[in-house]
Write a protein that binds this ligand. Structure first.
Ligand code: ATP
Ligand code: MG
Length: 561
């Protein structure tokens, strides 16, 4: 990734790191990690964490590892492992040879658990899940000690070895840390370290293990084994930090990373929870994880968002400990700004209305020249065929219209972008009174923009009927019709926006759009930014609208106020 892009601006995490470096901690070294659980695709919230972890490492000339937090074989699979690597890499970050799995450490973690038992700091407990909950107490009442808390070290070692050997059923026994059942911090009330997962097939370790370590135990030790200096995570882990430190202190490991928490990104009109995104996919509410309406990195990529725009967004939203609820418009503006800079301009008619220029020679075709970008000459020119029969957009014609309608009206004139001024002479309708064609005439003297004395109010886009390419165009809207779907109780699915996808099957594109490849993006003039869909092998090309030209959503909200 280029280093002259905006860097992560100052934030409280950098202040802490600066202080640690000044104090000579870790020999001035900075090492971070991004630790996804491979139980779903990454979403925009993960992008924040990726940019933070990799960005900090880059800025401090340190290293950032990609580590799969793979301790739950029931919910994880290799598809997710692969998708996550693809997404991090697409975002522009390189973990080089530092791709790790928590499961790489299963042997070491087992050894550490045995050490805890030997130190009298862990025990095998036979209480069932119900009883465990009951013994745990509440926020206002202390818990009660398990009857198995005083088992001898020998008995614990024997039972734990037999748990590993697969002698017991799921849930029959667990290994627990022996900390404090009366702690005001519930996480310290003898938390589970290992549970039995019989017959599970793990994507990395197969059927080698019958027991799996819990997140809190695994995470701190994986960080320590990798020599991580600053373990950045989201605020819900703040109450787990004493446990993170407890394991590392009691086990007297060499490297004791520092956990620092920041607030999760929440984006309005969508969701950033893998559990909920999984439901959308499993219940068929969207096409798949990479549906262009999804807030997943894969979905946003397919929608046409650029990785530069996502990194810019993550820089702009900043990193703090306070609520990070961000309006969708902030993300869309980043996308717009980037595409405005780099998307070639094209013409495309989404709701075609045929027009015939009756004074234009029958078989004549002119190759008109148009700039690919109005502000960037280096993007060059293209030629656009002009002929007697054209398509314009239905929205650009009204039989009668108020004065402020600047497009084509019956008997009026309009300029065709990059071409001539035309006049509408006759409106042809079908038997239902619907306009199906316009008879027009063109003025051959008007090819140069605004010839002397010529006043035309509007400019509209068009394509030559004979040369146009047919395409399907998909227009996307918010996936949810509520800014915080389901966060005030209720099922989030009730807030799905039924109009989040509008498919236009008969659109016409200018001929230079022949042969485009998946992922290529353009500005369709006056319509927005579009990209070639990657998810389909359809006969005609499919274009996704990435984003509109302006923030129409903000205007609608303004009006409703
Ligand atoms: P989810 O609640 O969506 O399942 P998670 O936290 O369980 O998310 P992980 O795969 O464990 O998902 O997350 C990997 C890393 O990304 C963690 O360090 C986590 O804190 C961070 N992360 C997850 N969601 C967000 C978010 N919305 N904003 C910022 N960071 C996030
Ligand atoms: Mg998690």
């Amino acid at each position: 990734m280029s280093t002259d892009e905006p860097r992560i601006p100052g934030n409280f995490i950098r202040t802490i790191i600066d202080e640690d470096i000044a104090a000579g901690k870790n020999g001035g070294r900075v090492a971070t990690r991004f630790p996804p659980e491979p139980n779903g695709y990454l979403h925009i919230g993960h992008a924040k964490s990726i940019c933070l972890n990799f960005g900090i490492a880059e800025d401090y000339k340190g290293l950032c590892n990609l580590r799969f937090d793979d301790t739950n074989p029931h919910r994880e699979n290799i598809e997710f492992v692969e998708a996550i690597q693809r997404d991090v890499s697409w975002l522009g970050y390189d973990w080089a040879d530092r791709l790790f799995y928590a499961s790489d450490y299963f042997d070491q973690l087992y050894g550490h658990a045995v050490d805890l038992i030997k130190k009298g700091r862990a025990y095998v407990c036979d209480l069932g899940p119900e009883e465990i909950r009951e013994y745990r107490g509440t926020l206002t009442e202390p818990g009660r000690e398990s009857p198995h808390r005083s088992r001898s070290v020998e008995e614990n070692l024997d039972l734990f070895a037999r748990m590993k050997a697969g002698e017991f059923e799921d849930g029959a026994r667990i290994l627990r840390a022996r900390i404090d059942m009366a702690s005001p911090n519930m996480n310290l009330r003898d938390p589970t370290i290992y549970r039995i997962r019989h017959g599970a097939v793990h994507h990395q370790t197969g059927e080698a293990w019958s027991i799996y370590p819990m997140y809190d135990f695994t995470h701190c030790l994986s960080d320590s084994l990798e020599g991580i200096t600053h373990s950045l995570c989201t605020l819900e882990f703040e109450d787990h930090r004493p446990l993170y430190d407890w394991f590392l202190d009691v086990l007297e490991v060499e490297c004791h990373p520092r956990q620092i928490e920041f607030s999760r990104l929440e984006l309005e009109y969508t969701i950033t929870s893998k559990r909920k995104l999984t439901r959308l996919v499993d219940e068929g509410q969207v096409e798949d994880w990479d549906d262009p309406r999804m807030p997943t990195i894969a979905g946003m990529r397919r929608r046409g968002y650029t990785s530069a725009a996502l990194r810019d967004f993550c820089t702009r939203i900043g990193v703090t400990k306070s609520d990070n609820n961000v309006e969708m418009g902030v993300l869309e503006n980043c996308v717009r700004e980037d595409l405005n800079r780099c998307a070639p301009r094209r013409m495309a008619v989404l709701h075609p209305l045929k027009i015939v220029l009756e004074n234009y020679p029958q078989d004549q075709v002119e190759e008109l020249q148009a700039a690919n970008h109005p502000q960037d000459e280096s993007m060059g020119m293209r030629s656009i065929p002009f002929s007697r029969e054209l398509y314009i957009d239905r929205e650009d014609f009204r039989e009668e219209a108020p004065r402020k309608f600047k497009r084509l009206v019956s008997g009026g004139e309009v300029r065709l972008r990059n071409a001539y001024v035309i006049r509408c002479d006759e409106v042809i309708k079908d038997s239902h009174g619907e306009v199906i064609e316009l008879r027009c005439s063109y003025d051959a003297e008007t090819l140069a923009a605004n010839p002397e004395g010529r006043k035309v109010k509007g400019v509209i886009h068009w394509v030559s009927a004979r040369h146009a390419i047919q395409a399907e165009v998909r227009l996307y809207d918010r996936l949810f019709s509520h800014p915080n779907p389901g966060r005030d109780g209720g099922d989030f699915l009730e807030y799905l926006n039924p109009e989040s996808l509008l498919t236009l099957t008969h659109c016409y594109l200018e001929s230079s759009l022949a042969g485009t490849v998946a992922g290529e993006y353009f500005q369709f003039e006056r319509e927005g930014y579009f990209c070639v869909d990657a998810g389909h092998r359809a006969e005609k090309p499919v274009f996704n609208r990435t984003v509109t030209l302006r923030d129409s959503w903000a205007r609608i909200e303004q009006k409703n106020k």
